[in-house]
Design a protein around this ligand. Structure first.
Ligand code: NAD
Length: 316
């Protein structure tokens, strides 16, 4: 039975990944950790729980040793907009954190999941149907840490035989926890504002096209990739995945099918717009389909229907 450690477990992804892992592998086999204080009886209901700063190698060694961990989902990071506001801190958390995780994995023979991002591409990348293997010259500190992270995962796999696996995640839409300072946060905010106020002012322009996925698909993807037959995996850095390639206007139109009076206007934030303009408009995720059977269940309409229903219930 797997014994799993999750770093950055209180974030947008960890809040849903930890319960999913606990359902599959048992509560006691999943150790949720974060820099923020974990509250055993809090919203995320994480237990057993631990404070763990991934930039402190001793804390990682201690957790892996104490809980006899054999698999690490390393979620702790600064996201794109937060990283751009604090580039030095982003380098430290995103790079030292991953390095420490890989080193502890080397010492104890752990499997490692690394979440890369569409931010690992840049303006020189082919922007439509971006292939699995493409030019990666990002212009953001976030993207730079993600490319370096992908390369480091590849290196630890080939040099030390560590079982590293990763996804280039698109923007993730979810209702459990708030997003943590990314460029695609607008997509989540739009649903909250649609239900609460019937209107939303978007910080990206109407026609900014980016890849997205609904959180349940992303969680299934992470767990399936980690359980996949290693002999089928051609890539140890990160696989492109996507479920939809959409603009703010597309999401607003999908919401209007359920909330007819919903209005959207635009007040573009130049920093986040520049980040979005440097990213792919759509990804080719055929390698993920071929190698470990990636098959998202939610397209734009299915995601919108579920998201509005769940969020309406949550906001009652
Ligand atoms: P988030 O910002 O919601 O959560 C990150 C968590 O990491 C936070 O709870 C924070 O307290 C914690 N953290 C920060 N510094 C830490 C440290 N030094 N040690 C331990 N924990 C620390 O992020 P998320 O959306 O859950 O993303 C998780 C991972 O997935 C990140 O690597 C991110 O780059 C990647 N990703 C996310 C998205 C998305 O849309 N959410 C898209 C692509 C990639």
């Amino acid at each position: 039975m797997a014994r799993i450690l999750v770093t950055g477990a209180l974030g947008q992804i960890g809040s849903e990944l930890v319960p999913a892992l606990r359902q599959r592998y048992g509560v006691d086999n999943v150790v949720a950790t974060d820099l923020k204080a974990l509250q055993p009886s809090g919203a995320a209901a994480l237990a057993p729980d631990d404070h763990l700063d991934c930039t402190e190698p001793n804390q990682l060694h201690e957790a892996v040793r104490r809980y006899d961990i054999d698999s690490i989902y390393h979620l702790a990071a600064l996201l794109s907009a937060s990283a751009e506001a604090a580039p030095q801190l982003a380098w430290s958390v995103n790079m030292s954190g991953l390095y420490n995780v890989l080193e502890v994995a080397r010492a104890y023979g752990c499997q490692v999941f690394f979440p890369s991002s569409i931010g690992a591409f840049g303006p020189d990348t082919q922007r439509d149907m971006t292939p699995q293997v493409a030019v990666q010259r990002p212009t953001t500190i976030y993207g730079i840490t993600k490319v370096a992270g992908e390369l480091l995962c590849d290196y630890y796999a080939s040099r030390f035989g560590i079982d590293t696996r990763g996804l280039r995640l698109p923007g993730l839409i979810s209702y459990v926890a708030a997003p943590g300072g990314g460029t695609t946060d607008y997509a989540v905010e739009m649903f909250y504002h649609a239900i609460r106020y019937g209107r939303y002012t978007c910080f990206l322009s109407a026609d900014t096209r980016l890849d997205m996925a609904y959180m349940p698909d992303a969680i299934t993807g992470m767990v399936d990739l980690m359980a996949a037959d290693a002999s089928r995996l051609r890539y140890r850095n990160a696989y492109n995945i996507t479920a939809m390639s959409v603009t703010p206007e597309d999401i607003a139109a999908a919401i209007r099918k359920h909330i007819p009076g919903f209005e959207i206007d635009y007040d573009v934030d130049p920093v986040r717009q520049a980040i979005a303009d440097s990213w792919p408009r759509s990804l080719d995720d055929s390698a993920a389909h071929a190698d470990w059977d990636w098959a998202p269940r939610y397209d734009l309409d299915a995601m919108t229907k579920d998201m509005l229903a769940r969020l309406t219930e949550k906001l009652k």
